[in-house]
Design a binder for this molecule. Structure first.
Ligand SMILES: [Zn+2]
Ligand SMILES: [Zn+2]
Length: 231
């Protein structure tokens, strides 16, 4: 049983800032992903389909159209992008373009060890001042963890196979540096969404101490969501 679930049974708390629809390489529509997240007691799910240097407007317009189904509802469908394999020197510009096109959240596809991601992506993302979350940072450099703290870039504990291989290192360096962490699913299908209890186990397994679980699972995600909606 999730801790304290009996005290607040009707308030969804799970917030996930990283997922994909069939608009890029996911398996279902944004509407179906959001519908499933709501059913799995999420408070919010960001659809962050992959973009590089192409015009992000058609993607974001489509996501916004589907998000309107939740106007006035408690569930929050967040519209965003995951900048993916953009040359590091172009990441800041691409992030600005996505924001100008209506992205509520900009995350960057970090240097996971299971793909060829351009070297320097982690640093460029954290240094850009334009990025909310660095996804699956892989062999994160301790200096970049320090910079993430200084620039308020949140580092991701990944629920995705392969990308999750470096979660232990990411957690250790983030804790040492004082950088904030979240647990994201990187779901490409409804079956890959992560309920709160699973997110708790992933965080514990990656080395998040018990006393930091509330920060990683609830306080940081809630703060990021407030920032996105307020700004
Ligand atoms: Zn993908
Ligand atoms: Zn990614």
């Amino acid at each position: 049983m999730p801790a304290r679930s009996s005290e607040r049974p009707n308030v969804p708390r799970r917030i996930d800032f990283h997922s994909h629809s069939f608009l890029t390489d996911g398996q279902t529509s944004p509407t179906e992903m959001w519908n499933e997240a709501e059913a799995l007691e999420h408070r919010a799910l960001a659809l962050t389909d992959h973009v590089s240097l192409e015009d992000p407007r058609p993607l974001l317009e489509r996501l916004r159209q589907e998000a309107r189904a939740w106007d006035g509802e408690r569930f929050v469908p967040v519209v965003g992008v995951e900048l993916t394999k953009v040359p590091p020197r172009r990441i800041a510009d691409a992030a600005r373009a996505a924001r100008a096109a209506g992205a509520e959240i900009v995350i960057v596809h970090g240097e996971t060890i299971v793909e060829h991601v351009p070297a320097g992506t982690n640093h460029a993302a954290i240094d850009s001042g334009q990025v909310d979350i660095l996804a699956h940072p892989g062999l994160l450099d301790p200096r970049d963890a320090e910079l993430a703290r200084a620039n308020s870039v949140v580092l991701e504990i990944s629920g995705r196979r392969g990308h999750a291989l470096c979660n232990g290192r990411v957690v250790r360096l983030a804790l040492e540096a004082g950088a904030e962490l979240v647990v994201d699913s990187d779901a490409h299908a409804v079956s890959e969404l992560i309920p709160l209890e699973t997110a708790r186990r992933i965080a514990l397994g990656a080395g998040v101490p018990e006393e930091r679980l509330d920060a990683v699972l609830e306080r940081t995600p809630a703060r990021v969501l407030e920032k996105l909606r307020g700004g």
